[in-house]
Write a new protein. Structure first.
Length: 661
């Protein structure tokens, strides 16, 4: 049997010569979006090359999700086939972006024309080639541009026979170059095979100062719970310290069954208040309010009063139940049952949390469960809450969070989710990729210079910084690290400065922080003695020893210096003393330059020479400049890259310098 006859393809073959590789930022081969806030730039780089020696052109393609047409930003050659372009996020809507490249006959022609002419060769025919390119471009243009290109084509043809010097000048002129760049022939261009995504958040996702406070401890009577009205009375105190997010632990009814007593005892005394994370009682569950705190109207009043003072309320989302939660009776299928029929309580062996039932996400009713849990977030969003601190998200399925956050942000695109995920790095990073806006970190356990430098460098360099936004907390109700217990007031001061200047977002658990609460329940424990998690605490917020003034100063410095409102340009500098750490940040326009030096020794004065990379600050190697300590107002004259500092932790363990040329 004869072989079938193959007819030749009569369509012209389009050869797309440029190759596009190594595009950044690109998270996990484009599976996940990068993160930006309104006003930030997306700087795109790619390896772009082709066969032979022809010149190339390239653009970044970008558009809002709601747009059909692509916008363009030019890319420039950097080095070694690496190209770069950028676009600015102008609206709080998600973006797509990609890269397009093409062989550029006009640039190839100009480059060859100049080389030949400067070598003394006859370029008359080459000029005519340029005229043909201009004439072809005129067909792609319209209006005045089309006429200008046609006129330039005629001019080149005339000059090719009469004045080659003038022809070359016209060929390399800016007028022709601008028009040819505007109307290139891109029929054989290469477009990168992926449309990458940008999740766009509001500014507070990037720059925020959090203050955690238990509403029930806004009281002067240890036997009487504070209320939302008492919280309103304390808003001025929080605002004066400069915080713009007030985070409240769970505000819901607390269960009675298996209630924990003071210091986490399993034998509570009459009147013990229990843990707010043991959510649910006869009064209601995740959509209810503990009656001792007030009413829904009281909570709404708190939201409004806080907003008037520039503060947003953040609520805790803890997907777990006390044994008394209405869900336990109404939906027992949402929980894991043991062989004896009892519901499995939470455990982290050897620790037991008998007062908490975790949800079972693998059961047959998982669909109904996830819809109900989504409704919890949406309920509080309808009350006006837009910031949610999520308790232990790493103990719930990844796919659940990806779905829930997308669902909530579809209705409330300004929603912010902070992941309380003290777990393995890859798990923390995965949660960020799936949609969490910010995350807690290991900062609390990074104490020496090497640890801090290595960890903060990891968090602020690509690719991590493109999807993971850190929120540094020196302490939480669960975390009182050993340096605080043994180092005292100086540690509270130094860790405050570190958290607030290393990261654009940070938080403290107060009033424990400003009052330097450092008593542990036992040696070797990171749990507080008389922890607020299990009892009402009365805090003397007017104490003369409070750090509230320092906190207010630091937050004011953050607001007044754009360099501290981003993590992109964090750089560490060498100091010849391992007890001193130095690092800098600059604003995008380099006009605002901040240098921070911190003494990590809480007991002894430490001194040394800080070596500043002068070129990073736009200064000559031997330039004289002034540094102003924004904490004390002191000014020092410095010269060159190496300058002396000394810090006494008994007075002030840190400098926050602003550089002046």
């Amino acid at each position: 049997m004869p072989a079938p006859k193959i007819e030749p393809d009569k369509k012209p073959l389009t050869i797309r010569r440029p190759a596009i590789e190594g595009v950044t930022p690109e998270i996990d081969a484009g599976k996940f979006p990068i993160k930006r806030t309104v006003g930030e730039d997306v700087v795109v780089q790619a390896d772009i090359f082709a066969d032979g020696h022809d010149a190339l052109s390239a653009v970044v393609l970008y558009r809002l999700y709601s747009e059909d047409n692509w916008r363009e930003a030019p890319m420039r050659f950097v080095d070694n086939d690496r190209w770069q372009g950028q676009f600015r996020i102008a609206a709080q809507e998600n973006y797509s972006y990609s890269v397009e490249a093409w062989v550029d006959p006009f640039q190839t022609w100009v480059r060859g024309l100049i080389k030949k002419y400067e070598a003394g060769q006859d370029v008359a025919m080459d000029v005519r080639v340029g005229a043909e390119l201009a004439q072809a471009a005129s067909k792609r243009a319209a209006g005045a541009d089309a006429r200008s290109l046609a006129d330039l084509a005629v001019k080149l043809n005339k000059l090719s026979a009469s004045d080659l010097a003038a022809a070359v000048a016209t060929g390399r002129g800016v007028d022709l170059a601008a028009l040819m760049q505007r109307y290139p022939d891109r029929r054989a261009s290469t477009i990168y095979g992926k449309q990458l995504a940008v999740t766009v958040d509001r500014e507070k996702a990037r720059f925020s100062a959090w203050y955690e406070m238990f509403p029930r401890s806004c009281t002067r009577d240890p036997k009487k719970s504070g209320t939302f009205r008492d919280c309103i009375a304390r808003l001025d105190y929080v605002a004066q310290m400069g915080f713009d997010v007030l985070y409240l632990p769970p505000i819901h009814p607390i269960g009675i069954t298996e209630r924990k007593g003071k210091n986490n005892t399993t034998n509570p005394a009459p009147g013990d208040t229990g843990s707010p994370w043991a959510i649910g009682a006869k009064e209601g569950g995740h959509k209810g309010i503990h009656p001792e705190l007030g009413t829904l109207e009281d909570f709404r009043a708190l939201l409004l009063k806080a907003r008037d003072k520039g503060i947003e309320i953040a609520l805790d989302i803890a997907y777990q139940c006390s044994p008394d939660h209405p869900y336990v009776k109404e939906h027992p299928e949402w929980f894991l049952h043991r062989p004896d029929g009892s519901i499995q309580y939470a455990e982290n062996p050897p620790k037991k949390y008998q007062d908490i039932y975790p949800f079972h996400f693998d059961g047959e009713s998982a669909g109904a469960l996830r819809e109900e849990l989504k409704s919890v977030v949406l309920y509080w969003a309808t009350q006006g809450v837009r910031i949610f601190r999520v308790d232990n998200p790493h103990t719930k399925p990844f796919v659940f969070w990806e779905w829930l956050i997308a669902e909530v942000r579809r209705e409330y695109p300004d929603a912010i989710f902070l992941a309380e995920a003290f777990t393995r790095p890859k798990v923390m990073y995965r949660l960020a990729k799936l949609g969490f806006t910010q995350s807690y970190t290991y900062f609390a356990w990074r104490n020496n210079k090497a640890e801090l430098t290595e960890y903060l460098t990891e968090l602020t360099q690509p690719p991590v910084r493109d999807f993971f936004r850190m929120n540094l907390w020196p302490n939480t109700p669960d975390i009182l690290t050993e340096p605080f217990q043994s180092g005292g007031r100086a540690v509270f001061m130094s860790r405050l400065v570190l958290a607030a200047t290393l990261s654009a977002s940070y938080g403290v658990y107060g009033p424990a922080y400003e009052l330097c609460e450092n008593r542990a329940v036992a040696a070797g424990s990171e749990e507080y003695l008389d922890s607020e998690k299990y009892q009402i605490r009365v805090w003397d917020i007017d104490s003369a020893g409070s750090l509230r003034g320092l906190i207010a100063d630091v937050n004011s410095i953050r607001r007044e210096n754009p360099a501290l409102q981003s993590n992109e340009r964090l750089r560490f500098h060498r100091v010849d003393n391992d007890q001193l750490i130095a690092y800098s940040k600059m604003s995008e326009d380099s006009a605002n330059r901040i240098l921070v030096v911190v003494n990590l020794d809480p007991r002894n004065t430490q001194s040394g020479f800080v070596e500043v990379a002068m070129e990073q600050f736009g200064l000559a190697p031997d330039a004289a400049f002034e540094v102003e300590d924004l904490l004390t107002g002191a000014r020092y004259g410095w010269r060159g890259s190496r300058n002396y500092v000394a810090l006494n932790p008994g007075k002030m363990p840190a400098h926050i310098f602003r550089l002046r040329a």
